[in-house]
Write a protein that binds this ligand. Structure first.
Ligand code: GRF
Length: 222
């Protein structure tokens, strides 16, 4: 069984989706430790409720980013973690951490990367006028939201969308694809060649999707 460590800072709905997938039997893994850099993260309540060991490592406790990361690596190694999941972890990891788990750290990001890296990206997608957004599960490398992409889910933006409504719809997709990506990893079906990630026995249709949908062209002038 695959040993997971999950890093959180906030609400932890993605942590919950991983827990639920494990408990329902669709994800063959176990969460060995949850690490939060915020003592008040609601994600910690979720860990407690499911009797998952957790550690709080606050930013202020350590003199440098490297010292914080070294402690996190120590905790993850002690727990025999094989795959690290960033789930709303609001802190940039240093190369020290990334190199401790090469191609063994995943992140979920609420945009279709490489569009809209960084923070508040659902608002940026709406304000930019993008016609699609979605979410991305990717391996973490030393850049910001730049690692090899494992799965993306695309969503059309609606004329009525606000940052909040889009965030809600994207979050539902996050909860679906993050456990899937972890299960693919657990099954040993993921192969990485440079930036490209290949999933054994995966099928994608080559069909295009468009937004606004093609029907607008058939209606003719009103
Ligand atoms: C999600 O939108 C995730 O994509 C981003 O931070 C948010 C975390 O939500 N990285 P939660 O804490 O998992 O509910």
């Amino acid at each position: 069984m695959l040993n997971l460590g999950v890093l959180v800072s906030g609400n932890g709905t993605n942590l919950q989706s991983i827990i639920d997938s494990i408990e329902s039997g669709s994800l063959a893994a176990g969460i060995r430790v949850v690490i939060s850099n915020r003592p008040d993260a609601y994600a910690l309540e979720r860990a407690k409720r499911h009797a998952i060991p957790f550690r709080i490592i606050t930013n202020g406790e350590f003199p440098s980013r490297e010292a914080f990361d070294a402690e996190a690596v120590r905790v993850l190694r002690e727990a025999r973690v094989e795959l690290v999941l960033l789930a709303g972890f609001m802190r940039i990891l240093s190369p020290l951490f990334i190199r401790a788990f090469p191609l063994r750290i995943m992140n979920i990001h609420p945009s279709l990367l490489p569009a809209f890296r960084g923070l508040d990206v659902q608002r940026k997608a709406v304000e930019y006028g993008a016609k699609f957004s979605g979410c991305t599960v990717h391996f973490v490398d030393e850049g910001l939201d730049t690692g090899p992409i494992i799965i993306q889910a695309a969503l059309p933006l609606l004329d009525t969308d606000t940052a909040e409504s889009l965030s809600r719809r994207i979050l539902e997709e996050e909860h679906r694809i993050y456990p899937q990506a972890v299960q693919l990893f657990a099954e040993g079906r993921i192969r990485v060649e440079g930036r490209r990630v290949f999933v054994r026995d995966s099928a994608a249709s080559g069909d295009s999707i468009e937004n606004p949908a093609a029907e607008i062209f058939n209606k003719g002038p009103g």
